[in-house]
Each structure stands twice: as structure tokens, then as C-alpha cells.
Write a protein that binds this ligand. Structure first.
Ligand code: F6R
Length: 604
């Protein structure tokens, strides 16, 4: 987490850095800061707790420069204070550093090398900038002092941008595990955690690799690889319309992104299905997947929940057993893999460090992999053998919505494609083109039910201390996602539960007025979930149902259309997304930037 930006060679450095940080706020937003230098003897450090808007208020008109670095923080080491905000600086105020990542051995380095140095923060980052200063005082050039410091790091993840007041046009840049790109402009170069931050300056970016150290000046970029050799790195163009990441007339990105879902479904169908409804998927990918004896889906949070639905789709349409793993757990397990495993990484951002760690392990074993992501050229996309893009448009709100439904739709397309290539009749008969069209239309009706959902939120959730979503099978997986949405943005403690499991202990938590929502879309278990819902009502719960039309009762609050059972999550999740949204809104919270969170989780 944390977002970093840097620029050299532009007299509007301050404005560009602040604008870039605004775009990166999804990566962390508890504090922020910039350092700018005008190369005429003036430089300025401005830091604050709070958001980029708070930072902007502290920036006075004279804070101008032609080069600078900036940071938006998600605290790891050291509390949320102005001192701990970045840039961190050396005790003699010569070096300034921003950092995204974690330095595990920072205390050892401090004890060994910096006993006599005065520290100004509790961050792991400050150790790095003080070490550069120490080694430069011992006679090393800034570049060598930077490289020597990096060579001492153990188990570190970092995207570093360092400035030296004695050579202010140069940005010293290094990366390991944390995302970082260099953007190439006209007599001006930029550095950023995500291209979205610098699209106003350039759309040409250079991917830098783990272990690289780069020297960035207004007219040149030198990349040194891990062995210290000058290296060339690939350039790529980012073709995102910067206005896609504006919220327009919406009060929050989350509502905009919920509303975009019908179109995302249509776009996916257009992109990945031909006029006869046959999936259009790269032959090599299909071959690799068809040869697998087991699929391993890996993801975190909402992406993990989308993977749980993908398992059901893949097993039903391909007959290949599928496991789904929480990335942070799987990364450090010693799994007994099948003989021909195939890995599927689900990640909206393509940058999640937990998932990336699994991919590192997979690549070390030379096993085949696919990343399904919303971000082209993201780390997980670059490092997997194959990529399929969600093409859902930028997802800015911290709570994931359209990426979840896009992942489920694309998993279904992949499952159909692999199933068809294996001659599976069910896969051939699965009319995904029709289903996705129908789902887009039905989603549209559901997102238009905003007023009803707003009222339900007020009646059931705003004053609730806890809530439960329950269901069986695929509905259980949607319960998990629905509960996550509610808790992360409204702070109502919510759990998703397998409805049959509730009576084995957790039902003790049901009190007078506890909201319990049953998700009922599967023919063979509908009756059972109804009974489980009734059991909670008998103990005082206020119950609600999200039910498929053919299974609905007149009193059910939300009725969704009858679509294929493998795709019902695409509809049943919509009321849950909107309930979370309105509960957060009605409680007066910041829907898009909930406390303690960040959108792109780039630390393990
Ligand atoms: C919840 C949410 C998170 C992410 C998780 C993985 O709304 O957004 O749970 O799903 O951090 O992120 P990605 O999908 O970028 O790997």
C-alpha cells in the first residue's frame, strides 16, 4: 500500500505531484507529503496527517519546484503522525525519501550502523535515508550509497524514490516487490506506483523489475539490473481515458461502479464471445488449461470470493477438480500439488502482494499460470504466463464491486471455453451469450431499486451492531462477499455463513432485531435455507431474503431473475452491494475511503 510519485524536469512539479497523489489515494490515505526543489536554491517539505485535500491546504503559493517526490501513506511502522508521514529525511536534511513497502530488518540495521544518528520518526523508512546519508559521508557517491543501502536489506519490499539536495534534478529509484513505473515525458520524466497518477503527463511507461536501481533525470533514464549492469526495459503505452477515473455527477465512486456493472457484462460478452456465443480465448491458454488435472485459484478478499464461484463453474463445465486458496495462507503452505496443476490468479489491481508471493513460488517451480485482472501491465499480469483482462474500467472505490462481477463472468467464459475444448456437452450447451445479455438487463433493474434499498438500509442496518448473510452452495459464497462489503464500509460487524452451519454455535449471537439476510437462488437447497432463516426469526432476528423468482415468496424483499445457477451471484450480490453503500452513506461515513483500508494491498 502507500502510493509514491516523483517528477523531474517540470516547473509545475508541485501541482503534478499533488494531482498524482489524489489519484493514488486508493493506495492509502492516512497521511501525505511532498518534497520539491526549484534548482535555484529553494526547496520545501510539506507533510500532514489526513488526506491529500489536507495536504493541499498546507501547501502555500511559494511551494514550487521543478523536481520532487510525494507520498500517500497507509501506516505500517509508526503511528499516523506528521513525523511518520513521508518524505523521510536524513538528520542533516540532505536526502529525502518516499517508500512503499516494508523493511523487515530495519531495527538490526539501525542498531548496527546508526547508533549515533538522531531519528525523527518511528518509521522503517527513515533507516534507509539515514543509511544513504551515512554512506555518502563515508565517501560514496549518492548512487553507490543508495545501492549499498539496498544491498543490506533482508526480506524487504520497496518502491523507493530518493532525492539529494546537492543534485536535485536526479531521482534515485529502486524497486523490489512493490509496484513502480517510470513514465517518459517531453524533457520531463516521472515515477509512480500506478500509471493512473501520471496520465496527464505521459502515457508511455517503462516497466522496471525487482532488484533494479534507476537514475532518472529530465532527459534520461538509466536502469541498472540486480547484477549492476545497465539494462534496457520494455516500454508500453497506457490507453486509459483519464476521464474514466473521474466520478462525474456521482457522490461516490462506489455508486458509479455499481451502476457500471450492466455495461461491464455487455463489454465482456462482446470481447470474449463470438457472434455464435463461442468463447474467444487464446489457443495456447486453452491448451495449457485443458491439459491440467487440477486448477488452483488464488486470490484475496473479494477476489477470493469470486474464486469460490469460479470453482463451481470450472468443476461443472470442465470436470477438472478445482481448489480455491486465500493467497496469504497459500504463499507459506507446503501444498501437495497434483501432477499437472494450473494456477489462476484473480486480482482486480494485479498488485496484491499476497497473491504475488504465490505467483513467485509458482514461477520458481515453472508451473503454468493465468492472471485475471483489471489492470493491464500490472505485476501479476506481467509475471504470469497468460493474462485475461476484465476491461471493467478503473475501479477506484476501495470496496470492490464491478471487478467481482466481472471476475465471475470471465471465469464462466473461461470455464465454458475449456469445457468445450474437452468436449464437455454441458459446456457446449451453456448459452453464456444469452445469459450475460439477460443478466445485464436484470442488473439494470436491480441498480434502479436504489430508493427501496436505501429504505431497507435505514430500517434494518444503520442502527445494527451486527448482521448475518446466510446461504448454501454458491449462495454461501455470495454471503461471504455481501458481509465483507457491509463491514468494510459501514463498520457493522457482519458475517457470511453457511446457513446449515449457523445452528452449530453461531446462532447464539442472534438477538432481538439482528438482521439476517438469506440468499436463496439454488433449487435443491432453497427449502433448507428458508428453514434456517425461520430458525433465526424464531430467536428474534429481523429476516430478509434475496431470492430467485421461481423460488421467491410474496414477502421476499429482493427478487432476482431466474438465470443459470452458476451465474446467480451476478444478480444476488447487487442488493447487498447497494445495502452496504447506503448503510455507509446513512451513517455519514466516507464510502470510498473507509478507515484502516487501502485499495491496492502491496504489503504481505
Ligand atoms: C474488498 C476488496 C478487497 C480486495 C483484496 C484483493 O472490497 O476490495 O478485499 O478484493 O484486497 O485485491 P485485488 O483484487 O486487487 O487483488
Amino acid at each position: 500500500m502507500c502510493g509514491v510519485v516523483g517528477i523531474t524536469g517540470n516547473e509545475n512539479a508541485t501541482k503534478i505531484l499533488v494531482h498524482g497523489l489524489e489519484k493514488l489515494q486508493y493506495r492509502g490515505y492516512d497521511s501525505a507529503g511532498i518534497f520539491v526543489d526549484d534548482q535555484a536554491g529553494s526547496n520545501f517539505l510539506v507533510k500532514t496527517t489526513g488526506s491529500i485535500a489536507d495536504l493541499n491546504e498546507k501547501i502555500t503559493p511559494e511551494v514550487q519546484g521543478t523536481a520532487g517526490i510525494g507520498h500517500t501513506r497507509w501506516a505500517t511502522h509508526g503511528g499516523v503522525t506528521t513525523e511518520n508521514a513521508h518524505p523521510q529525511f536524513s538528520d542533516d536534511n540532505r536526502f529525502y525519501l518516499v517508500h512503499n513497502g516494508v523493511i523487515e530488518n530495519y531495527q538490526e540495521l539501525k542498531d548496527e550502523y546508526l547508533q549515533d544518528v538522531k531519528f525523527h520518526s518511528q518509521t522503517d523508512t527513515e533507516v534507509i535515508v539515514q543509511l544513504v546519508d551515512k554512506f555518502s559521508k563515508e565517501g560514496l557517491s549518492t548512487k553507490d550509497a543508495f545501492k549499498k543501502t539496498i544491498s543490506l536489506l533482508k526480506n524487504a519490499s520497496y518502491a523507493f524514490l530518493l532525492m539529494d539536495k546537492e543534485d536535485p534534478e536526479t531521482l534515485y529509484v529502486a524497486k523490489n516487490k512493490s509496484p513502480l513505473l517510470i513514465g517518459l515525458g517531453d524533457h520531463c520524466n516521472v515515477v509512480c506506483s500506478d500509471s493512473i497518477a501520471m496520465l496527464d503527463v505521459t502515457n508511455t511507461f517503462m516497466e522496471i523489475q525487482d532488484g533494479d536501481v534507476c537514475i532518472v533525470k529530465p532527459d534520461s533514464v538509466q536502469v541498472y539490473d540486480q547484477a549492476g549492469e545497465l539494462s534496457e526495459r520494455k516500454h508500453f503505452e497506457v490507453n486509459v481515458d483519464p476521464s474514466d477515473s473521474e466520478k462525474g455527477t456521482y457522490p461516490y465512486y462506489m455508486l458509479k461502479e455499481i451502476d457500471e456493472q450492466p455495461n461491464v457484462m455487455r463489454k465482456l460478452a462482446k470481447e470474449y464471445l463470438d457472434e455464435n456465443g463461442k468463447p474467444v480465448i487464446n489457443d495456447q491458454l486453452l491448451k495449457a488449461m485443458s491439459q491440467a488435472d487440477r486448477f488452483y485459484i488464488v486470490g484475496a478478499g473479494t477476489s477470493y470470493h469470486a474464486g469460490l464461484v469460479g470453482k463451481k463453474q470450472l468443476e461443472a463445465l470442465t470436470g477438472i477438480p478445482t481448489e480455491v486458496h486465500v493467497a496469504s495462507e497459500f504463499a507459506y503452505e507446503k501444498p501437495l500439488l497434483s501432477e499437472k496443476p494450473f494456477f489462476i490468479f484473480l486480482s482486480q489491481s494485479g498488485e496484491t502482494a499476497d497473491s504475488r508471493q504465490v505467483l513467485v513460488n509458482v514461477n520458481a517451480k515453472k508451473l503454468p499460470s493465468l492472471t485475471i485482472t483489471n489492470v493491464a501491465n500490472s505485476t501479476l499480469s506481467r509475471e504470469a504466463d497468460f493474462t485475461l483482462l476484465l476491461n471493467a474500467g478503473p475501479e477506484i472505490s476501495v470496496a470492490s464491486t464491478k471487478a467481482y462481477t466481472a471476475q465471475i463472468a470471465l471465469e464462466a467464459i473461461v470455464a465454458k471455453a475449456v469445457g468445450m475444448s474437452k468436449g464437455n456437452q454441458k459446456a457446449t450447451d451453456f448459452d453464456l451469450k444469452y445469459q450475460l445479455g439477460l443478466i445485464a438487463t436484470e442488473m439494470q433493474s436491480l441498480v434502479e431499486e436504489k430508493e427501496i434499498i436505501n429504505q431497507v438500509s435505514k430500517d434494518y442496518f444503520v442502527d445494527a451492531k451486527q448482521a448475518f448473510y446466510i446461504g448454501r452452495g454458491v449462495d454461501y459464497t455470495v454471503s461471504l462477499e455481501s458481509a465483507l462489503k457491509l463491514k468494510e464500509i459501514s463498520y457493522v460487524h457482519a458475517e457470511g455463513f453457511a446457513s446449515g452451519e449457523l445452528k452449530h454455535g453461531t446462532i447464539a449471537l442472534i438477538e432481538e432485531g439482528t438482521p439476517v439476510i438469506g440468499i436463496i437462488t439454488q433449487d435443491d437447497t432453497a427449502g433448507l435455507t428458508r428453514s434456517n432463516l425461520a430458525e433465526t426469526a424464531a430467536r428474534g432476528a429481523k429476516t430478509l431474503a434475496i431470492a430467485k423468482k421461481s423460488l421467491a415468496k410474496p414477502e421476499d424483499t429482493f427478487v432476482i431473475a431466474d438465470v443459470d445457477e452458476l451465474l446467480t451471484p451476478l444478480l444476488s450480490v447487487i442488493p447487498a452491494q447497494l445495502l452496504a453503500y447506503y448503510t455507509s452513506l446513512n451513517k455519514g461515513l466516507n464510502v470510498d475511503l473507509p478507515r484502516n483500508l487501502a485499495k491496492s494491498v502491496t504489503v504481505e
